[in-house]
Design a protein around this ligand. Structure first.
Ligand code: EPS
Length: 392
């Protein structure tokens, strides 16, 4: 499975083309729209989300709500494009009227300056920010929704939620009766900050309100769990085939993500080996299993069969309403950075995007390993493989 996205933030359309999804997977636009809505809504999002109501259209690859095995084209319309039609017009030459809203004073932390230097768009950094904008993540969530639909068919569940926003933090101890991933889903999806408990939700909202009041922004940490993943996806044989490495790349590839870890992650660096390794057990019904999951479901770049646990660090959004020091790219004079309408935080959206990226990487690993022309055949092969590893 592979995919590609295209689209500018205020251009007419966002597009994704996915190749390699098996035939026979039941999917509807509605299944995808639910995920797009999760990405859009969340405490701290800006005015753009009031304008957009993201809904997908299938342009190819799906017939009568079933995949055909051919490339699936997904399309989300940018409702905001109406307000930008002449500024973003592909066919009109540049005039005084359509060259308003130029961006000349790069925002520290955004792709503006380096993107301008690299692609030589020195007359207008809008040429950079339109594509570097996190608007593009709408399509990654759409692709992730297709991946999750596939994973659901093979009993793999993936969910992302928020651990901290600024100084407001939750942890798993707040969930006393957590038995399955769906319990976390029910709780975290009930809070506008997508966190685990009411007290932290209120604290997070206060942190976001404070940042907004001060013309500032705030980042955070998201956690993604995946259950039902069989042992042996990925490989220790080459660095390129390590599935944890692919997931790490996919997470840091999301706009604004600056860090990733697995299981106990960075905290494991402070512990002894005996506190970190996941001890091995065996039972008749499960085969091999572990007594803990400190390594986040990976050993040697391969899934162990335990829950995958990945965290991602999201930096605060670079667009500040009280802007920082910058330099005009035309005059080289000192100025405050440009202000573009933006969110106070997008950590709640980031949890859904990270969830989507983990789902995409697991789906890719499954489809690489097994015959994936048809969903039924994939299921048969996976069942045989699971039986085989249980008998090891
Ligand atoms: C973004 C700036 C804002 C965000 C946008 C990402 O867009 P606008 O400038 O149109 O207000 O809302 O995110 C989305 C549009 C989205 O759908 O997530 C940026 O500069 O990265």
């Amino acid at each position: 499975m592979k995919y590609m996205t295209a689209g500018e933030s205020h251009g007419p359309e966002e597009i994704a083309i996915i190749e390699g999804i098996p035939s026979g997977l039941h999917i509807s636009e509605e299944d995808i729209n639910k995920e797009l809505a999760r990405r859009q809504h969340g405490y701290g999002r800006g005015q753009r989300q009031v304008i957009e109501s993201d809904t997908v259209k299938f342009l190819s690859g799906v017939r009568h709500q079933e995949t055909l095995g051919s490339p699936i084209t997904l399309n989300v319309h940018n409702d905001d494009h109406n307000h930008w039609a002449s500024i973003m017009a592909p066919n009109d030459v540049e005039t005084d009227e359509n060259s308003v809203r130029k961006v000349m004073r790069p925002r520290p932390g955004h792709a503006d300056l380096v993107g301008g230097m690299k692609y030589r768009h020195f007359k207008d950094l809008r040429n950079v920010l339109e594509r570097s904008s996190a608007r593009e993540t709408v399509m990654r969530v759409a692709v992730g929704a297709v991946a999750k639909q596939l994973l659901k068919e093979i009993d793999i569940d993936v969910h992302g939620f928020v651990l901290n926003i600024g100084s407001a933090k939750t942890n798993l101890d707040k969930l006393e009766n957590f038995k399955k991933l769906d319990d976390i889903r029910q709780v975290s999806e009930s809070f506008p900050t997508r966190t685990l408990d009411e007290e932290t939700d209120k604290k997070m909202q206060a942190v976001i309100d404070q940042a907004k009041k001060e013309g500032n922004t705030v980042g955070g940490t998201v956690q993604v769990f995946a259950t039902g993943v069989p042992a042996g996806l990925g490989s220790y044989v080459t660095a390129d085939d390590k599935l944890d490495a692919k997931i790490a790349r996919a997470i840091v590839g999301i706009n604004a993500f600056k860090g990733v870890d697995f299981g106990g992650g960075f905290n494991n660096a402070e512990k002894f080996g005996s506190q970190v390794m996941d001890e091995i057990f065996w039972s008749e019904d499960k085969g091999f299993y572990r007594g803990s999951d400190n390594l986040g479901g990976f050993e040697g770049g391969m899934t162990t069969g335990e829950m995958i646990a990945v965290r991602g660090v999201v930096k605060p959004i670079p667009t500040l309403y009280r802007p920082m020091h910058s330099v005009d790219i035309d005059t080289h004079e000192e100025h405050k950075a440009s202000i573009e309408r933006s969110d106070t935080t997008a950590v709640t959206a980031a949890a859904v995007i990270a969830e989507s990226m983990v789902a995409i990487e697991i789906a890719k690993a499954i489809l690489d390993k097994f015959d994936s022309d048809n969903l039924g055949r994939l299921k048969e092969q996976l069942k045989a493989y699971k039986e085989e590893i249980k008998e090891f």
